[in-house]
Design a protein around this ligand. Structure first.
Ligand code: GLA
Length: 396
């Protein structure tokens, strides 16, 4: 009897500790790479391994990128017992071997499935197989699951994502859970505790301003849809405005700088979506800008708020730990913005602990990597069309 109580106590303590471990995941926004934006269905183990190599040799791993996520099309069917089968031609060594390879690089493995009967590309989905699939993922060493919403057949989104969340928690391996139902059922209202991040919109397109009939959006339209969602972001539960397009060629360098800056301000997951094997210098400089990444990864975990909107000129502010604050001046227009900014007049009233009058911050330019003034003087700058000025107010 005594032994039995002890066993129950051990199991209870073990499960509590494990649940705590799951809760500790994604304490800052996840960073990594995902195959979809650049490669679509064209995924195989050779390319994924090369991407892991490039993540290390490029310096991206050291900049904070961690997850290598294989998106749709890795799966081809189920065996007679219902186990999900990876494409044997494209992944001949199997997912466990690929996971080992990725882990040996100090990186983590991410995979993709869908709450519906099929994935968006018509591959087998996880509906009805959630616990079985979660066990397969754990056996392969999966650390991150992106879970989509095609062929959902009228399920309740909250219930469907909760089922997979429970399945992942039951396998005894910490797995970040990325909810991808495109914001259709306001996942920011129920996703905390079920997943660690949730998509807020339809898919991103590689353009600064564009919209497609099927819902695809460019950078500016996605940003607009994040503006009111700031109360829902925090350590372990993030709004996800979709993966990065930086380096994919559809935008100018200036636009990619704005895209990356704003994703950092929004405390968004930073999932690169380009070919890491062919990184040109400007792309690498954007993706590894440590001043910008530090703002994204700040431990306070606040999402920026739109503090001012004057037509196409916007000012966003993100409170940081230690009473510092990041400010991003976003120029949405096709004309340069001659900025003349009076810090003392426009106090960021909603940023707690930021007292511009008392503190007299030094202004650090996150792209020029130098101080450009203090908050007791006027800030003058020329912000290019579609560009940003992103600064960090540092205490003296
Ligand atoms: C959906 C998702 C995308 C991608 C594709 C894969 O469109 O939103 O991010 O995963 O499916 O088919």
């Amino acid at each position: 009897m005594k032994n039995c109580s002890l066993l129950i106590l051990f199991l209870f303590v073990g499960q509590t500790a494990f649940n705590q471990g799951v809760a500790d995941l994604a304490i800052t926004p996840p960073m990594g790479w995902n195959s979809w934006n650049k490669f679509g269905c064209n995924v195989d183990e050779k390319m994924i391994m090369e991407m892991a190599d490039a993540m290390v040799t490029s310096g991206m791993r050291d900049a904070g990128y961690e997850y290598i996520v294989i998106d749709d099309c890795w799966q081809v069917g189920r065996d007679s017992l219902g186990n999900i089968i990876p494409d044997p031609e494209r992944f001949p060594s199997g997912m466990k071997a690929l996971g080992d390879y990725i882990h040996s690089h100090g990186l983590k493995l991410g995979i993709y499935s869908c709450a519906g009967s099929k994935t968006c590309q018509g591959r087998p989905g996880s509906r009805g197989y959630q616990f079985q699939d979660a066990r397969s993922y754990a056996a392969w060493g999966v650390d991150y699951l992106k879970y989509d919403w095609c062929y959902n057949e009228g399920q309740s989104a909250e219930a469907a994502y909760k089922t997979m969340s429970d399945a992942l928690k039951a396998v005894g391996r910490p797995i970040v859970f990325s909810i991808c139902e495109w914001g259709e059922h306001k996942p920011w209202e129920w996703g905390k505790g079920i997943g660690h991040l949730w998509r807020t919109t339809a898919d991103i397109r590689d353009c600064f301003q564009c919209q497609f009939d099927w819902g695809g959006l460019g950078v500016l339209d996605i940003i607009d849809r994040q503006a009111e969602l700031y109360p829902f972001a925090g350590p372990g539960h993030w709004n996800d405005p979709d993966m990065l397009e930086v380096g994919n060629g559809g935008m100018t360098n200036t636009e990619y700088i704005s895209h990356f800056s704003m994703w950092a301000m929004l405390a968004a997951p930073l999932m690169a979506g380009n070919d890491l094997r062919n990184l040109d210098q400007p792309t690498l400089e954007i993706l590894t800008n440590h001043d910008v990444i530090d703002v994204n990864q700040d431990e306070l975990g606040k999402q920026a708020r739109r503090f001012m909107k004057m037509g196409d000129y916007e000012i966003w502010a993100k409170p940081l730990s230690n009473g510092e604050v990041a400010v991003c001046f976003l120029n949405r227009s096709l004309q340069a913005w001659s900025l003349d900014y009076d810090w003392q007049r426009y106090t960021m009233y909603f940023v707690r602990d930021v007292n511009l009058h008392k503190n007299n911050y030094k202004i650090w330019d996150c792209w020029a990597h130098k101080y450009i003034g203090t908050t007791d003087e006027q800030l003058s700058a020329e912000i290019p069309p579609h560009g940003v000025l992103m600064v960090r107010l540092k205490k003296k």
